[in-house]
Design a protein around this ligand. Structure first.
Ligand SMILES: [Zn+2]
Length: 185
């Protein structure tokens, strides 16, 4: 009798038919169950894979749409920021120009003043000298005047003449003695 090996459990047995592959109905059934499970498992795997692929595609679409949206927002924000920066830069430049012009004006005024200072100093010196000359000449005049007044008083006394009204007023104003050696008329 010819023997064969069970494809499932490996037992060596005598097949009743030439097509018999398993030692027992149990092994045969187990084999069928296993086959079914494997097929079912494959189906499940394929379904999951298909779901996964579609989910991946869907996510990619969402990601691309979101990326595009954010890119647009980013571009808009960048444009806005650049515009604002340009505006600010222009304004700063204008203000700088104004300040520079004002500074230049002030500098030229400063130069004018600096030029005038020596001239003014010279004028002051001249006025001081003039003042000293006037004071000196006034002192001399006063000495002369006092001399003449003293002499006049002496002569009037000697001649027995009183001082005239105007001269007497001058003497009084200066706090000098006014009565000559004669009785007043
Ligand atoms: Zn078997």
């Amino acid at each position: 009798m010819e023997t064969t090996t069970c494809r499932l459990c490996g037992t060596v047995f005598e097949p009743r038919r030439t097509t018999q592959k398993y030692c027992s109905p149990t092994c045969s059934r187990r084999h069928r169950d296993r086959e079914w499970r494997n097929r079912h498992h494959d189906d499940t795997t394929q379904t999951l894979r298909a779901q996964l692929e579609s989910a991946v595609i869907e996510n990619r679409v969402i990601l691309e749409a979101t990326t595009a949206k954010f890119q647009m927002q980013l571009d808009a924000a960048e444009r806005k920021a650049r515009d604002r920066l340009t505006f600010q830069a222009n304004r700063n430049e204008r203000e700088t120009d104004v300040l520079r012009t004002r500074l230049r004006d002030l500098a030229s005024i400063n130069v004018d003043i600096a030029c005038e200072v020596p001239e003014l100093k010279a004028q002051i010196t001249e006025l001081q000298l003039e003042n000293a000359r006037l004071i000196h000449s006034q002192r001399a005049d006063f000495q002369d005047f006092t001399q003449i007044a003293g002499r006049l008083f002496e002569l009037c006394s000697r001649l027995g003449l009183p001082l005239d009204k105007a001269t007497k007023e001058i003497f009084q104003r200066r706090g000098w003695r006014t009565s000559t050696l004669v009785p007043e008329q």
